[in-house]
Design a protein around this ligand. Structure first.
Ligand SMILES: C[S@@+](CC[C@H](N)C(=O)[O-])C[C@H]1O[C@@H](n2cnc3c(N)ncnc32)[C@H](O)[C@@H]1O
Length: 276
């Protein structure tokens, strides 16, 4: 039990970035908070091994899939965060990658601020950079990529998405698409229609930074068909730009995607792993 629960003071909500795939990609601070949390509310994409780090007495809530396979709504998640903190509990909201990169972290911070609940953001390693890195694609490279954009491929206006600025994106060195697997054919066609050469190197990386990681290499013109032919399962990061050509030269995939052996090491002072 945390010190916060012993008095009636409001607990703090920590929005913690878990990094993508590999459980060892969480920050030192994030892991410390996770181990000390009274309540952990996590997303679907969070590495399951990280949940073994949670204290045995802590409440663990899967916000991505609930009993009955119903996702919690954003309002329900906000209410859980603020409600548990008001009970004086130390709350960790564990999110894949970085909480502020297509993670709705801003909305959750807003909800805490409006409720008068203390909230702290612990940044995480975003899949936008880490997943390309895992297959040897640097998102910038001198002479090949001076600028990059990270965009959502989710084009459903009902999900709050609006039209991507294809004219601007077509002129940018590197475009990184998250959540774009099912709309890849449309996205790549629109980029070519906006003037980006079909011969531009492109790559899709599935389940990056995990032992199941797979990637396909092609061009802007071919990548959507290649991704469909494999077929790639979510989650997938797509990278479009000359930097993709570095993956063959760097050939870092085996080393960088090596999976962590778990449980994560912990100091003697912290004791044995919970749930052991
Ligand atoms: C809702 S967004 C959350 C992004 C997250 N906040 C981040 O910073 O990585 C989910 C998308 O991130 C990407 N993603 C997250 N983890 C991934 C992984 N291990 N491999 C490939 N793509 C991943 C996929 O594009 C997925 O559809």
């Amino acid at each position: 039990m945390s010190a916060a629960r012993e008095d009636t003071a409001c607990g703090t909500v920590h929005l913690v970035g878990a990094g993508p795939g590999d459980p060892e990609l969480i920050t030192v601070r994030g892991l410390r908070l996770l181990r000390a949390a009274d309540v952990v509310i996590h997303d679907r994409l969070v590495a399951h091994a990280l949940l073994d780090e949670v204290g045995a007495d802590a409440e663990v809530i899967n916000a991505g899939k609930h009993p009955g396979h119903q996702r919690l709504t954003q309002q329900e998640i906000n209410a859980l965060l603020t409600g548990r903190a008001r009970e004086g509990l130390a709350v960790v909201r564990l999110k894949g990658g970085d909480p502020f990169v297509f993670g709705r972290g801003g909305e959750e911070v807003q909800a805490c601020v409006e409720a008068g609940v203390p909230v702290v953001v612990v940044p995480g390693i975003s899949s936008a950079h880490a997943v390309p890195a895992a297959v040897g694609i640097p998102v910038t490279h001198r002479g090949l990529g001076r600028a990059y954009a990270v965009v959502t491929g989710q084009t459903d206006p009902q999900c709050g998405s609006s039209e991507l600025p294809y004219a601007s994106l077509a002129g940018l060195d590197t475009v990184i698409v998250l959540m774009g697997r099912s709309n890849l054919a449309e996205i790549t066609a629109r980029l070519m229609a906006a003037g980006r050469a079909g011969s531009t190197p492109a790559s899709c990386v599935e389940m990056g930074c995990t032992p199941e990681q797979r990637s396909v290499l092609g061009t802007l013109e071919t990548i959507a068909a290649q991704a469909a032919a494999h077929p790639l399962r979510a989650p997938v990061v797509t990278v479009i730009g000359e930097v993709v050509s570095m993956s063959a030269a760097l050939d870092l995939a085996p080393a960088l995607s090596a999976h962590a052996s778990l449980p994560l090491s912990r100091s003697k002072e912290e004791g044995a792993p919970p749930h052991a």
